[in-house]
Design a protein around this ligand. Structure first.
Ligand SMILES: Cc1cc2nc3c(=O)[nH]c(=O)nc-3n(C[C@H](O)[C@H](O)[C@H](O)COP(=O)(O)OP(=O)(O)OC[C@H]3O[C@@H](n4cnc5c(N)ncnc54)[C@H](O)[C@@H]3O)c2cc1C
Length: 462
């Protein structure tokens, strides 16, 4: 049922992926609504995901990352207020206190519907001298500009953290001809994968190094040393002293949810804002979407926090639909993700084996390393695929793929199977395409699924 308010005031806090998408969708749905985006940022509607590729030098002008300018929004009747921070939400009077960061004054605005899309911030670990100049994080456009500027004048860089952003930056800085050291405190990098797959990623990246980069694991940083001119070295607890011109901290992100907590809005896992499938928070007429909001895993309905641009856009659309009085439900996430580092593709969807166990499943897995195309093709490469399923129900739970070859397309096929709640036996019936430049006669996905089916059969015979 449509609950329509003529000239409705829709206020959106934050305007990168989720907020910008919500504004654009709301405008299409309600041509006469008053739509305002308030953001503390200097830019609106941009691709944060593209920042490592800007640093790498794939394109010179950072403006290529900007999707829609404030002027373009204005032409659609969407008012963008840059450098305006929301400091307090007052649900009782449907107001938000805004701080104008340029004029340095505060004022109250009113809303009929409020969409919180405040995203996430980089986590700054409590390391001695972490505030020295030239210790960067990468989240916003100005971070990207500062990192690239510094990279172009430097020889040695240290990256702290071996997750998605850390390894994307490894490639970017190596391609900018820097000597790079990546430091990771756990025994392996890309810890979001199962340990066997993370180890494979680490081995392959180390093998690929021609001495210009090092990936060091189990290294805890004890301090950054330097002076007012900037960081000069990174010291580790194991006694390493690594000289550097700059450091990039890639040590995770946290949801920007303090403003919601302060307004009495319920928080969920990892302090993200609790939402239902309509993106409604615990307070009427207030919605949340994107990196600030909690997610539900499609496979197990467990609550997770996984900050992804693909999801932020879809949730922004869903929040706008419901805020504008239409009906829409977001089905949840599979946490599908992909990245690349120096020719190696890493991709995953659904549950890893270790996470499936934690979620109460009885998982079994099959791992294969195969050619991604027919062996006589000139660009043939290996991929390693790991599939996970539940022994008791036969249901598919997740896939991980690592390789120089086409890894992501296999994971994308699997993501559809997960959404369809297919069992391993269902999956084996897939009629996948074949021609020598694209895959072997039997795709590695089906090889792995066949092994998985045999393992499940065997486990159920015991
Ligand atoms: C380097 C990098 C690479 C990435 N690569 C990928 C990728 O390849 N694939 C992928 O799916 N995802 C990727 N991501 C994640 C993706 O960028 C985020 O999931 C996406 O930007 C989330 O969008 P959002 O609108 O929810 O939040 P954000 O992008 O965090 O935007 C929130 C905005 O709200 C503003 N804000 C915060 N608090 C307030 C307040 N109180 N008042 C007003 N404004 C406020 C912030 O300043 C910010 O501008 C990457 C992220 C980074 C940093």
């Amino acid at each position: 049922m449509l609950h329509y308010i003529a000239g409705m005031k829709i206020v959106i806090l934050g305007g990168v992926a989720a907020g910008a998408k919500a504004a654009a969708k709301a405008r299409r749905l309600l041509p006469d609504a008053q739509i305002d985006i308030y953001t503390d940022d200097t830019h609106v509607s941009y691709s944060g995901c593209g920042l490592p590729y800007y640093v790498e030098g794939n394109f010179e002008d950072y403006e290529m990352l900007l999707v829609r300018s404030p002027e373009e929004f204005e032409a659609q009747g969407i008012h963008v207020h840059l450098q305006h921070r929301a400091v307090k939400i007052i649900p009782e009077s449907r107001q938000v206190l805004i701080f104008d960061m340029i004029k340095r004054n505060s004022f109250l605005i009113e809303y009929d519907k409020l969409i919180i899309a405040t995203g996430a911030s980089a986590v700054i670990p409590p390391i001695q001298n972490v505030n020295l100049p030239n210790v960067f994080t990468l989240r916003k456009i100005e971070d990207g500009i500062a990192v690239k500027e510094k990279a172009l004048q430097s020889k040695n860089a240290v990256i702290v953290g071996g997750g998605y952003i850390g390894i994307e930056l490894l490639e970017a800085l190596v391609k900018q001809n820097l000597n790079v050291t990546l430091l990771e405190y756990s025994p392996t990098i890309m810890a979001i994968f199962d340990d066997d797959m993370s180890k494979l990623i680490l081995e392959q990246l180390r093998q690929h190094s021609d001495g210009r980069y090092k990936v060091l694991t189990s290294e805890t940083i004890s301090e950054f040393s330097g002076d007012m001119n900037g960081v000069r070295a990174v010291r580790t607890a194991s006694g390493l002293d690594i000289p550097c011109d700059f450091v990039i901290l890639c040590t995770g992100a946290k949801p920007n949810s303090e403003i919601a907590l302060d307004a009495g809005i319920a928080l969920g896992i990892s302090n993200s804002i609790k939402v239902n499938a309509r993106m409604e928070t615990s307070v009427p007429d207030i919605y949340a979407c994107g990196d600030c909001a909690e997610k539900t895993l499609v496979i197990s309905r467990a609550k997770i926090w996984t900050p992804l641009g693909s999801v932020a856009n879809k949730e922004g659309r869903c929040a706008a639909m419901n805020a504008c009085g239409f009906e829409d439900e977001f089905p949840g996430v599979l946490a599908s993700a992909v990245t690349r580092c120096l020719g190696l593709t890493m991709s995953m969807t659904g549950l890893t084996e270790k996470y499936a166990k934690q979620q109460g499943f009885n998982p079994v897995s099959a791992t294969v390393t195969k050619y991604d195309k027919v062996g006589y093709m000139p660009d043939v490469n290996n991929i390693t695929l790991k599939l996970v399923a539940d022994v008791d129900s036969g249901r598919l739970l997740g896939a991980q793929a690592v390789g120089v070859g086409d890894a992501d397309k296999r994971v994308n096929i699997f993501a559809s199977a997960l959404l369809g709640r297919l069992t391993v036996e269902d999956f084996l019936a897939h009629d996948l395409t074949y021609a020598p430049p694209f895959s072997p006669t039997i795709d590695p996905l089906l090889n792995a699924a066949q092994i998985l089916a045999s393992k499940i059969k065997k486990a159920n015979q015991v």
